[in-house]
Ligand binder design. Sequence first.
Ligand SMILES: NC(=O)c1ccc[n+]([C@@H]2O[C@H](COP(=O)([O-])OP(=O)(O)OC[C@H]3O[C@@H](n4cnc5c(N)ncnc54)[C@H](OP(=O)(O)O)[C@@H]3O)[C@@H](O)[C@H]2O)c1
Length: 285
Amino acid sequence: MGLARLDGRICLVTGATSGIGQETARGLASLGAHVVIVGRDRNRAESARKEIIEKSGNPRVDVLLADLSSLAGIRGLADEFLSSYPALHVLVNNAGTIELSRTTTVDGFERTFAVNHLAYFLLTNLLLPRLRASAPARIVNVASEAHRLGRIDFADLQSEKSYSAMRVYGTSKLLNLLFTVALAERLAGSGVTANCLHPGAVSTRLGKHNGIWAKLLIGLLRPFFLTAEQGAANSIFVAASDELAGISGKYFVKQRAVAPSRRSQRPGLARRVWARSNDLVGLPG
Ligand SMILES: NC(=O)c1ccc[n+]([C@@H]2O[C@H](COP(=O)([O-])OP(=O)(O)OC[C@H]3O[C@@H](n4cnc5c(N)ncnc54)[C@H](OP(=O)(O)O)[C@@H]3O)[C@@H](O)[C@H]2O)c1
């Protein structure tokens, strides 16, 4: 795959206590990186850390704890990272959720929107000065082919008028694409790239907290799904492939840049999403 060694590089991976994120962290550790994994549960995070160290043979794996559904949690994570690490070379925004019914976060946002989009947006913005100072650096946003189901309704971003789990999830993934496009535009010439990707249909814990029927359905589909290790291959490729040096603003499927949905390329939409997200998380304009 033409992956660069990452010795001496610092990588931050969210959602690394399970599935694609854990395997991505393991892959980056195997390439020699100093990997900081983010989890919200101390036990799960410590056991992921132990497993990543055992499988990669690299002891430089640290844990930071944060609930990414909370703006205060994201700010606390960024502060802790910035005060503990001198550089950031690879940020993998990976933590995600799908919610069968609508629930809200401590800040009053619809949960999927908050975890899948606002957390990517706020964490990246808070870490951006450190990424710029560490260039060449890469931002990797884990999106999904489900973005093709997404619709941006600026009058109902919190899905209060109507809620359908797949549409809301698809919209959050469309937001990942739009965020990547606007971010790449802002970062042009900085030495920091931003790309996003679809990992494939992967057997993970995604959606399993939604009750017995969701668990059963996911279990039935399991034979058709990729393993987490296979699913992480695309994230590792986008984070570390030599051939992607300087490439930014692209969407990758199976290690190839592909055209995302037409909706994600609508002129002005990415900038409008950026401005609204900026207001929602309370960043200066
Ligand atoms: N699986 C697929 O087929 C598929 C397809 C396309 C895209 N994706 C994307 O891939 C990414 C990873 O998903 P996965 O399939 O690996 O799912 P997963 O096994 O459920 O892993 C999700 C990760 O996100 C973390 N997370 C969820 N809510 C969080 C919160 N509020 N605060 C902090 N961490 C939180 C989870 O932490 P806990 O361990 O604490 O729960 C877990 O580490 C997601 O962005 C998803 O949308 C997955």
